[in-house]
Design a protein around this ligand. Structure first.
Ligand code: ATP
Length: 304
């Protein structure tokens, strides 16, 4: 797999406090990577490091294969756009003027593409309105438009849904999905709103106390969190045949245990198994939510 961003043993200390403590991360190219963690877990610190706003105390990261210690890291960083904490916009400028300003800052040869960026971020009808009078959602989207000025293929967003109303959240979600699907932009999103993240993320990294506790693809997480019935049976021999006939998805866990996914008609299943001479000895329903998966990873405690 190809990665936009990787890190091993990345640490950032503030005196004796370890904001990042030997963190590792692997962000696949083309993914929407959800960086999940409680307040203070180190999400913003990691983002500040990879944006070059701060230096690591120890360890290194690579951006598009360039090590953070190489001189060429600045070139790799040009492929990246970011909105860290609150978006930096000029309040007395319109959306278009703000984006123009960024074009000038980046030394871009022409102003081509500005109206496309305004359309992409849903700001094409804001006209003469200055950013001061924008809603929070509009400001966030303007922040993204500014971050996209250099045509990055890696976009980093720190808590993009924070403080947004339901409509703003939906617009943000649609924008992130469009950038990823239509422009093949890899997106790293830090968030503690798990439910919202689960609507866009293709990969997750769970952070706690400055460490990566687990990285998992959305597909594997879905399997881990899926509703299933765990069956204990006398033997699994005929189970697969019966489940195949019933069109059910399953996973054989051992000689006498299996997980069956989806809506299971239990009495029909038990009857079909007994006709095959297979006795059901026990069954439990499993239905782990993303939230409870996170809580079990973090070992309980505070809520996200
Ligand atoms: P949040 O969701 O609240 O933004 P976070 O996961 O982004 O949390 P960080 O902002 O990365 O967390 O902070 C991680 C820890 O490092 C926090 O305990 C914070 O107080 C501490 N920290 C961050 N910056 C500094 C600093 N400049 N000096 C001292 N401590 C800091």
């Amino acid at each position: 797999m190809e990665y936009c961003l990787t890190a091993e043993g990345l640490s950032k200390h503030y005196r004796h406090f370890k904001a990042l403590n030997g963190l590792s991360i692997h962000v696949p190219k083309g993914s929407i990577y959800g960086l999940v963690g409680r307040n203070g877990a180190g999400k913003t610190t990691l983002i500040r490091l990879i944006c070059g706003l701060q230096r690591p105390t120890a360890g290194e990261y690579t951006l598009y294969g360039r090590k953070s210690t190489d001189k060429e890291i600045t070139e790799a960083r040009r492929r990246m756009g970011a909105v860290v904490e609150t978006p930096s916009v000029y309040p007395d400028m319109t959306a278009e003027e703000n984006i123009r300003q960024q074009y000038l800052l980046l030394g871009l040869p022409s102003f081509d593409g500005i109206s496309e960026l305004l359309c992409l971020t849903g700001l094409e009808n804001t006209g003469k309105k200055t950013a001061r009078h924008f809603s929070l959602g509009m400001r966030q989207r303007l922040g993204i438009a500014i971050a996209l000025a250099g045509a990055p293929d890696f976009l980093v967003l720190d808590e993009p849904a924070n403080g947004l109303d339901p409509e703003g959240i939906v617009e943000m979600r649609e924008l992130i999905l469009r950038l990823n699907r239509e422009r093949q932009i890899t997106v790293l999103i830090s968030s503690h709103i798990l439910d919202e993240l689960s609507k866009v993320a293709t990969h997750y990294g769970f952070l706690d106390h400055g460490r990566m506790v687990r990285e998992v693809s959305a597909r594997d997480l879905e399997i881990a969190c899926r509703k299933c019935v765990r069956l204990q049976i006398s033997h699994t021999g005929s189970l697969a045949r019966v489940l195949d006939q019933m069109g059910l998805e399953y996973k054989i866990l051992g000689e006498t245990e299996a997980d069956v996914y989806g809506e299971v008609h239990l009495s029909r299943l038990v009857m079909a198994l007994s006709q095959e001479g297979c006795e059901v000895l026990g069954m439990q329903e499993h239905n782990e939510s993303l939230e409870s998966y996170f809580m079990s990873l973090m070992g309980g405690g505070d809520h996200v």
